[in-house]
Design a protein around this ligand. Structure first.
Ligand SMILES: [Zn+2]
Length: 487
């Protein structure tokens, strides 16, 4: 993927050029049959995408000093164990909850009413790590989308504000949680501060949750409510342990963030599994496309950072708040530092054999956290400014050396058209793209679906691109059905 570094003037000219190209390529199809056929330009590499000046500006406003202040404040509550004190103003999860709520409220007050804050409280019944029924409170700050046709489309960015020491049910011990996960919580608060000054087509929810260490309880409650209310969540990011640039292996890496994405969807049906076994697709879930999108947009706007895609749901033996979203069919990824230090996670604060244990702020790298927040900001802004990814995308499964794709028309008024993307089946990321105008089907002549992976993304008139949709097989008319081939 290209790593562009443009001057602003050059970027503007490129935007203009892209817009003109899109408009002209799309205009021939408007009002006519919305279907096209194209020959395959085998050598058309992905064109370098222009930078959107609004995204570049907001990324530059993320401030490491705010992140440091938030983390030190959260640590000052002693413990944020979900089972700790709810009503003490100085110590425990309740103090952290109220302080965070107040901070989001301050941001909301400065946003002219566009950011709204709410407490989503619920009583968690007894569970493996919850000995007594316990109140949990998610804090949600919603930045409503400004384009009527996109405002119901939602992107969620999250961090968990609870913490733990060695025992997850010890509510008394000090559990500073400076990295796990004051780092993610501070990033989310800073994202809300910066992004609430800007307008986006779609809605962004800045979320901080408790109960992660108790079994992903806060995020599960949110995801379940969202599902019940048919909330159109197009993507969810969890930021969890994004605090340190030095690992327990002694490696220092200030320029890399891992983005974990699952390949086979957690909610895959039997039918979908059969298709996958037959023709692949285990590397093309919506979450994997989201990870590719984050890599492209994050690296475009934060040139010092590398998005290291990890092709698995999470680390061995670990989980995160993206999981309840995945299980309910939402695309979701996890951001985490490149090398972890287990002396500083889930440990009572102590010195043993000269080694400092505990999740203390001196092990955080605030500039690094700010860079991870910038990758989040760039990707979230790119998502919320772009059209939705194309829906109901299907590939004709008939025996042919051409590849025919069909999808539903996007609804956005500023839609310019679509791009077909493709790659060799062994490539990790999309390598080729071709603009095809504003159509709802397209046939790639002379390129067989057996030999490449294809996808489609939507583009608006400013050149903002959606994540890629990956096709499922088109149901075949009985007359066209061929006997399953054994040859
Ligand atoms: Zn965590």
């Amino acid at each position: 993927m290209e790593r562009a570094s443009f001057s602003p003037g050059c970027s503007f000219l490129k935007s203009l050029l892209v817009a003109v190209l899109l408009l002209t390529s799309g205009s021939s199809a408007i009002g006519q049959s919305k279907s096209r056929t194209g020959s395959a330009p085998q050598a058309r590499k992905q064109p370098t995408q222009p930078r959107n000046p609004q995204i570049a500006r907001l990324v530059s406003e993320i401030d490491a000093r705010n992140i440091e202040r938030t983390i030190r404040k959260l640590v000052s509550f002693g413990t944020r164990n979900t089972l700790s004190e709810q009503n003490d103003p100085n110590r425990g999860i309740g103090a952290a909850r109220d302080w965070l709520y107040g901070e989001f409220e301050k941001i909301a007050a400065a946003s002219g009413g566009r950011l709204t804050v709410e407490k989503q409280a619920f009583e968690q019944p007894k569970a493996a790590r919850v000995p007594q029924p316990t109140m949990l409170t998610n804090i949600l700050a919603t930045l409503k989308g400004t384009q009527a046709d996109s405002a119901n489309r939602v992107y969620v960015v999250s961090g968990h504000y609870d913490s733990m020491c060695t025992s997850p049910t010890d509510a008394k011990c000090d559990a500073p949680g400076a990295n796990d996960d004051a780092s993610g919580t501070a990033a989310v608060l800073e994202l809300a501060r910066v992004m609430s000054k800007y307008k986006f087509d779609a809605t962004i929810i800045f979320m901080t949750v408790p109960g992660e260490e108790q079994g992903l309880l806060g995020s599960t409650h949110f995801a379940e409510e969202a599902k019940k209310n048919s909330m159109d969540i197009e993507a969810m990011f969890t930021n969890d342990i994004i605090g340190s640039s030095i690992g327990g292996n002694g490696k220092r890496d200030t320029h890399t963030v891992r983005v974990f994405s699952e390949g086979v969807p957690s909610n895959e049906t039997q039918q979908e599994a059969m298709t996958r076994r037959s023709v692949g697709g285990e590397n093309d879930s919506a979450s994997r496309q989201l990870a590719r999108f984050i890599k492209e947009s994050g690296e475009r706007y934060v040139p010092g950072m590398k998005v290291w895609m990890i092709y698995r749901r999470d680390r061995y033996g670990r989980g995160g708040d993206h999981q309840p979203f995945l299980e309910r069919g939402y695309a979701a990824v996890r951001f985490t530092e490149p090398n972890e230090d287990y002396h500083h996670q889930h440990q009572n604060v102590r010195v043993e054999n000269g080694i400092q244990y505990g999740d203390l702020p001196q092990f955080d790298d605030f500039n690094y956290i700010a860079d991870v927040a910038r990758v989040n900001a760039a990707s979230l802004a790119a998502l919320a400014l772009a059209p939705a990814r194309p829906k109901n995308l299907m590939v004709n499964t008939g025996l042919s050396n051409d590849t025919e794709l069909k999808w539903d028309a996007n609804k956005e008024i500023d839609l310019a058209g679509y791009e077909i993307v493709w790659r060799d089946t062994t490539e990790p990321v999309w390598t080729h793209a071709q603009s095809i105008g504003n159509v709802n089907s397209y046939t790639m002549k002379g390129m067989s679906k057996d030999n490449y992976f294809f996808g489609v993304r939507a583009i608006d008139k400013e050149g903002n691109r959606s994540p890629v949709s990956y096709p499922r097989p088109m149901p075949r008319a009985p007359a066209n059905r061929t006997t399953p081939a054994s040859n």
